[in-house]
Ligand binder design. Structure first.
Ligand code: NAD
Ligand code: DAU
Length: 356
């Protein structure tokens, strides 16, 4: 079996569902169920013996040791993290704890476990660390996209904590020989993304007739990738990636935020017209994110050249599927919009110059 951390979150849950749809290899899913973890994402697996869920923290060394000893996974796929840049600005401590200390704890547990393996089990073991393009910093308009050789220049508490974890992973390979793989992926979107991130926030707000908050001038650029394509890339790297290597994963799809929001508005006008008028009327420019990176773009040629991976979904098809998923899962959205969610929205958007 494989051990997946953070498998009740957005990408982790999509990964677990896709994995078990494609293979019968069981998944041990370790997740602390923070505000971002949601077992509803995995409802389809209820009663499926191939999925073993453990409610626990990656910082808990004794727990991780026990799980490794008991379940003997052939690989660890490490998604668990604090993932939202705005939250890292409001409260960086949780990011250092989970992203740095948690990754360190997992690496140490994995090292002890792997060191005691023998033969094929030791040869074949992999620790796959899921990271982000944000570690590379911000691009100017004419800069080439991030290649794996780009120097790290993280700018937010979130990206700094992910950069720190990437460095630990690298060092555990270089020093101890742990067979690690690292993926650095661009912005994901798709089903089950928590509505604190731009795309699901805009869909949820638009459906509720609330303002659609655009930071700054709306011209910050991200490289959007459908989550299923990210999961396929992780599977490919796990199967055939070279230990010690990093692989950049991206959608070849750079778009400014305002264009993303207008695309969602147009889709909602088509699929769920609002008698009060076009959804674009709700667009509201608000104060910028402190330290807001201007542009990210991924050069994904290495993973294509070495492993044959390319995104299958275009943005046009992926965003249509995503909007349709949120329209079909309004209960899911209502459940995650708890009191704690409302507190976060109030904390992040109050004082930005418009009520979100
Ligand atoms: P998410 O916030 O939706 O989910 C994170 C999951 O980790 C949750 O289920 C949460 O309960 C769990 N978790 C948090 N702290 C934990 C702890 N201490 N112990 C165990 N579990 C814990 O995040 P996501 O968007 O699914 O991102 C998953 C991974 O992919 C992260 O490592 C993130 O840095 C990386 N990534 C995300 C994106 C993106 O666009 N979302 C892009 C590139 C890379
Ligand atoms: O690049 C990969 C990263 O993408 C991941 O590592 C992170 O985990 C993930 O959260 C994401 O980070 P971003 O900061 O790019 O994503 P977010 O959805 O928060 O914001 C996308 C863009 O939209 C960014 O330029 C900020 C802007 N934005 C965001 C929100 C929440 C707005 O304009 N208004 C908003 O209300």
């Amino acid at each position: 079996m494989i051990l997946v951390t953070g498998g009740a979150g957005f990408i982790g849950a999509n990964f677990v569902l896709d994995w078990l749809a494609a293979s019968d290899e069981p998944v041990l899913n370790l997740d602390a169920l923070t505000y971002a973890g949601n077992l509803e994402n995995l409802a389809r697996l209820q009663g499926d013996a191939r999925h073993v869920f453990v409610h626990g923290d990656i910082c808990d060394r004794a727990l991780v040791d026990r799980l490794l000893a008991e379940y003997r996974p052939r690989a660890i796929v490490h998604f668990a993290a604090e993932s939202h840049v705005d939250r890292s600005i409001h409260g960086p401590a949780a990011f250092v704890r989970t992203n740095v200390e948690g990754s360190f704890t997992l690496l140490e547990a994995a090292r002890a476990y792997w060191s005691a393996l023998e033969g094929e089990a030791r040869e074949g073991f992999r620790f796959l660390h899921v990271s982000t393009d944000e570690v590379y910093g911000s691009l100017g308009p004419a800069d080439p996209p991030f290649a794996e050789t780009k120097a790290y220049e993280p700018n937010s508490p979130y990206s700094a904590s992910k950069a720190a974890s990437d460095h630990l992973v690298r060092a555990w390979h270089h020093t101890y020989g742990l067979p690690v793989l690292t993926t650095n992926c661009s912005n994901n979107y798709g089903p089950c993304q928590f509505p604190e991130k731009l795309i699901p926030l805009v869909i949820a707000n638009a459906l509720a007739g609330r303002p659609l908050p655009i930071y700054g001038d709306g011209m910050n650029v991200r490289d959007w990738l459908y989550v299923g394509d990210h999961c396929a890339a992780v599977r490919e790297v796990l199967a055939s990636g070279r230990p010690g290597e990093t692989y950049n994963v991206g959608g070849w799809n750079e778009m400014p935020n305002i264009e993303i929001v207008r695309t969602i508005c147009a889709l909602l006008d088509e699929l769920r017209p609002d008698p009060a008028g076009a959804h674009e009327r709700l667009i509201t420019f608000v104060a910028d994110r402190p330290g807001h990176d201007r542009r990210y773009a991924i050069d994904a040629r290495k993973i294509e050249r070495e492993l044959g991976w390319r995104p299958a979904e275009t943005f046009a098809t992926g965003i249509r599927r995503t909007v349709a998923w949120y329209l079909d899962h309004q209960d899911w959205v209502a459940h995650v919009q708890s009191g704690a969610y409302r507190d976060w929205i109030a904390a992040n958007y109050a004082g930005r110059g418009a009520g979100a």
